[in-house]
Design a protein around this ligand. Structure first.
Ligand SMILES: Cc1cc2nc3c(=O)[nH]c(=O)nc-3n(C[C@H](O)[C@H](O)[C@H](O)COP(=O)(O)OP(=O)(O)OC[C@H]3O[C@@H](n4cnc5c(N)ncnc54)[C@H](O)[C@@H]3O)c2cc1C
Length: 469
């Protein structure tokens, strides 16, 4: 058996972050019909941060949060734990979609990050935050050139960036594939254990008087009279003045919400904790960089609190026909095998290490590659969805927009094009599936050509539909 398959053989399908003794028991499901002022649907970061921020702005608000499985079961408990302050998925994307708002979005992103970290401290939430910035590595000559150019521009703009040539990069993290690296140390970017944030926020909300029902799914929603909403959850009904949808990539009864996003599956694996010899072989534990390679289909990888490596992304990312989200797409051998193979190409000296966990999650992807906020039913319902792979920190800001749209201390941010501008809708099937697959293939091809974009990607770029970080 090839060694990457051998390494995966005994892994268990479970998010590494979920597999901890401190994971709280699920709370009871809704067992009678109830009323409240604000109903929040979805127990991921968006829903949890929305409840926290409403309670901080208006403590007397009567809030119910429902979650169809358990808090943190969605993307929020399955991600890479990269805490990045960007709200609109990088500078290029920001300039494409929201011209003139880059400075304000940067400032709001920094403020959001500071408030997020302050909140964790205030409520004693231990999320193993590590202030390590983000490090992008070049693995081919084309990427070295582009990355160097980015370094020069960012340095000239006054950013806190460090350039590593081949030897110095390999001294930081020893992979024979590294030809150079760019360490971005601006602000407070770093890594966290995302499930611990979910669980910490859940415990805090219970103390603040929020009613949380797990294993409770919203099936349908209708206006009730001129000022309320009626949400059907199986046998029971919740009547509320307002509803905040925090369901992200999952099917939502509101078709307007569904049109703005598609669900894209992302897969990850985690090693067992590395021993002293393995750690010494890569030297990474001394610096603990949060890593990604400079590519369209990039891998993201980092060390955990207990010295494992988590490894995700790359070519394993998939969109399945007709917004496929069912469980058949969750545990797909081929995807994990691809990840494991690529892992050992990067770290051949770790041959023999075993993967303890493999898991997957769904990323809500919008055509603007960042969050999409919106309101409906005369302002009684609001949502923010579609963070497109960069939502660990941004979802707190998405939650802020949604609660302001519902009237909880609205501020000037609601006037930004970032909030008001409508995203382009996704094309219908089967064009959608063909388009996404074709684009993914074009991105892979561009990566093999040192980032050189072909005709199709150039066409998408010209319509502001091409993504490049
Ligand atoms: C594999 C992976 C890796 C990622 N890595 C990173 C990263 O490193 N850094 C980063 O910034 N971002 C990353 N992201 C993105 C980030 O995790 C998400 O943007 C963020 O967690 C979104 O939070 P959310 O609360 O909006 O959605 P979710 O966490 O998905 O929460 C939505 C919740 O709604 C519930 N729900 C859905 N429908 C209903 C219903 N009808 N009734 C009741 N409840 C319902 C779901 O069960 C779910 O718990 C990653 C995502 C994935 C999948």
């Amino acid at each position: 058996m090839q060694h990457h398959l051998e390494a995966l053989k005994d892994s268990k399908y479970c998010s590494l972050w979920h597999d901890q003794d401190v994971r709280p028991d699920a709370l009871p499901a809704l067992s009678k019909s109830v009323n409240c002022e604000l109903l929040i649907v979805g127990g991921g970061f968006t829903g949890l941060w929305a409840a926290i921020q409403v309670k901080e702005r208006k403590p007397e608000t009567d809030i119910i949060l429902i979650e169809k499985t358990f808090v943190g079961d969605g993307a929020s408990g399955r991600n890479g734990g990269f805490l990045n302050s960007s709200l609109a998925h990088g500078d290029t994307n920001t300039d494409h979609h929201f011209p003139g708002e880059a400075d304000l979005l940067y400032q709001l992103g920094q403020q959001n990050m500071t408030e997020l970290l302050d909140t964790l401290k205030r409520y004693n939430i231990e999320a193993y935050y590590e202030h390590v910035g983000e490090t992008e590595v070049a693995t081919n000559p084309g990427s070295v050139k582009t990355l160097r150019q980015a370094y020069e521009e960012e340095k000239a703009a006054g950013d806190d960036v460090v350039w590593f040539d081949k030897e110095s990069m390999q001294a930081q993290v020893n992979s024979p594939t590294y030809l150079a690296g760019l360490w971005r140390r601006n602000g407070q970017d770093g890594t966290v254990d995302p499930a611990r944030i979910c669980w910490g926020l859940k415990a805090t909300l219970l103390k603040l008087g929020v009613r949380i029902f797990e294993n409770t799914s919203l099936n349908d929603i209708q206006p009730l009279g001129s000022d309320k909403m009626r949400s059907n959850c199986g046998y029971f009904v919740i009547e509320s003045n307002k509803v905040l949808m925090a369901t992200n990539a999952f099917h939502n009864p509101l078709s307007k919400l569904r049109k703005s996003i598609i669900p894209v599956w992302d897969y990850q694996i985690a090693t067992e904790p590395l021993n002293e010899t393995q750690l010494a072989a890569i030297g990474w534990h001394k610096t603990r960089h949060a890593m990604g390679n400079h590519a369209n289909m990039f891998h993201y990888y980092r060390m955990t609190h207990d010295n494992r490596i988590t490894w995700g992304g790359g070519g394993a990312v998939r969109y399945y026909f007709n917004n496929g989200t069912d469980y058949n797409y969750a545990d797909v051998d081929l995807r994990f095998e691809q990840l494991a193979e690529e892992f050992f190409e990067t770290f051949p000296q770790l041959a023999g290490v075993k993967f303890s966990h493999r898991w997957s999650g769904i990323i809500a992807t919008s055509t603007r590659f960042c969050m999409v906020p919106k309101q409906a039913f005369d302002g009684r319902v609001a949502w923010t969805v579609g963070y497109t792979g960069l939502g660990v920190a941004a979802s707190r800001f998405g939650a802020r927009i949604a609660i302001e749209l519902l009237g909880y201390q609205p501020s000037d941010i609601l006037q930004m094009q970032f909030v008001k501008k409508k995203p382009k809708p996704w094309v219908p099937e089967p064009l959608r599936w063909f388009g996404v697959r074709y684009t993914q293939k074009a991105l892979v091809k561009a990566d093999t050509k040192g980032g050189k974009r072909g005709l199709w990607l150039k066409l998408l770029d010209s319509m502001n539909l091409g993504f490049s970080c």
